[in-house]
Design a binder for this molecule. Structure first.
Ligand SMILES: C[S@@+](CC[C@H](N)C(=O)[O-])C[C@H]1O[C@@H](n2cnc3c(N)ncnc32)[C@H](O)[C@@H]1O
Length: 297
C-alpha cells in the first residue's frame, strides 16, 4: 500500500447499518435508499473499509460478489449477464436480499431492456425480403438473447455468427442453444482480430464497447461497418453517463465501464469515417443504455 494514502474508516453508524445488512443477507427495499446514499458518498479512501465490512457477502453466492471475485477474470462475464436476464436470486436467505437489491438497480433493468431492444431489431431483420439473413454478434457472452429469439422463432431465416474470446462463454452459449445448431455458428476469437467472410444485415454488440478506449471503439466501427449489406446496420450498445448504478457497480463489484454520452458516440462514428446521415443514437426506456446505430454507406 502506498504510505502517503490515508485510509478512512466509515462512521460507526454506517458500519452498524452495514453489519446488520450482512447478517440478514442484504438490504430490504426500505433500506435501499440509505445503502445507495452511503455508496454514492464513499470516497475512494473508504472503499477498503467498506468492502471489508461486507466481506461475508462479497463472495460467489451473490451477484455483487460474483462481480467482485471475477471467477472468469473479467467483470460482466456470461454467467452474471445470464443471471441478470433470468432475474436470478439466490434462494439461500443468507444472500437473497443482496440479489434482489442488485436486480432492482437501473443498470440491471437496462441490461434486460437491451435484450428486448435486440429482439425487436431481429424481428425487423426477419421481416425483410430474402430467403436468408445474417446477424453478427460481437462479444456474444451467454447468447441468452439469441436463445430467446430462436425459441420464439424456431423457423427463423436468420443465421447468427457469434464471436467471443472466452471459451467458457462459447461452451455455455452452445449448450443452451443446442436445439439451434443449424442457425448459429461460434467463433472463439478476439473481436479485434476476427476477419468476417460474410456480409451482414445486422452487426450487434452490447456489453463490449463500454470496455473499449475511444481509439479501439473507432477502430472497431471502421473495421466492421464495411461488412454490412446494403440497407444493413451496425448497432453498438454503451452505458450512458446517466447510469445511476455506476458508483454501485464500482464500489460493490469493482466493475468499471467507460460511460459515454450521445455526443461521444456520434463523434466516434464520424471519426471512423461514417457520414452524419448514416448515424443516429437511441436509448432504452431508462436512458441508461444508449445504442449507436450506423447504417450501411
Ligand atoms: C458483458 S458480456 C455481453 C454479452 C452479450 N453481448 C449480452 O449483451 O448479453 C461481454 C462478452 O464479451 C466478451 N469479450 C470481451 N472482450 C472481448 C474481445 N476483445 N473479443 C471477443 N470477446 C470479448 C466477454 O468474454 C463476454 O462474454
Amino acid at each position: 500500500m502506498c504510505p502517503s494514502v490515508i485510509l478512512n474508516q466509515l462512521s460507526s453508524e454506517d458500519q452498524k447499518f452495514l453489519n446488520a445488512l450482512v447478517k440478514k443477507g442484504g438490504p430490504e427495499p426500505h433500506e435501499y435508499l440509505e445503502l445507495t446514499a452511503i455508496i454514492n458518498n464513499l470516497e475512494d479512501t473508504e472503499l477498503e473499509y467498506f468492502r471489508d465490512t461486507i466481506k461475508e457477502s462479497l463472495n460467489e453466492n451473490t451477484l455483487i460478489g460474483h462481480g467482485y471475485i471475477k471467477p472468469f477474470g473479467y467483470p460482466g462475464d456470461f454467467t452474471i449477464i445470464h443471471n441478470i436476464y433470468k432475474l436470478y436470486v439466490n434462494p439461500d436467505e443468507k444472500y437473497s436480499n443482496w440479489d434482489r437489491f442488485f436486480q432492482d438497480q437501473a443498470g440491471a433493468h437496462a441490461v434486460r431492456n437491451r435484450k428486448d431492444y435486440f429482439l425487436k431489431r431481429c424481428a425487423e431483420v426477419e421481416q425483410q425480403e430474402g430467403d436468408e439473413k445474417r446477424i453478427l454478434i460481437l462479444g456474444s457472452g451467454p447468447a441468452t438473447d439469441v436463445n430467446e429469439y430462436m425459441r420464439n422463432n424456431p423457423h427463423s431465416k436468420i443465421k447468427f455468427d457469434l464471436i467471443d474470446f472466452d471459451q467458457n462463454a462459447i461452451d455455455f452459449a452452445k449448450n443452451q442453444n443446442a436445439d439451434f445448431t443449424d442457425s448459429i455458428e461460434y467463433f472463439k476469437i478476439n473481436v479485434l482480430r476476427f476477419k468476417p467472410y460474410h456480409w451482414y444485415d445486422l452487426i450487434w454488440s452490447a456489453g463490449l464497447f463500454d470496455y473499449f478506449k475511444d481509439k479501439h471503439f473507432v477502430y472497431m466501427i471502421n473495421k466492421y461497418y464495411k461488412y454490412l449489406v446494403s440497407g444493413g446496420e451496425f448497432i453498438i450498445g454503451n452505458f450512458s453517463h446517466s447510469n445511476p448504478t455506476r458508483r454501485l457497480m464500482e464500489v460493490l463489484s469493482d466493475w468499471y465501464l467507460v460511460h459515454r454520452s450521445k455526443y461521444d458516440l456520434v463523434r466516434m462514428a464520424l471519426e471512423a469515417e461514417t457520414k452524419e446521415e448514416q448515424v443516429e443514437v437511441e436509448m432504452e426506456e431508462l436512458g441508461v443504455n444508449l445504442f449507436l446505430r450506423i447504417k450501411a454507406a
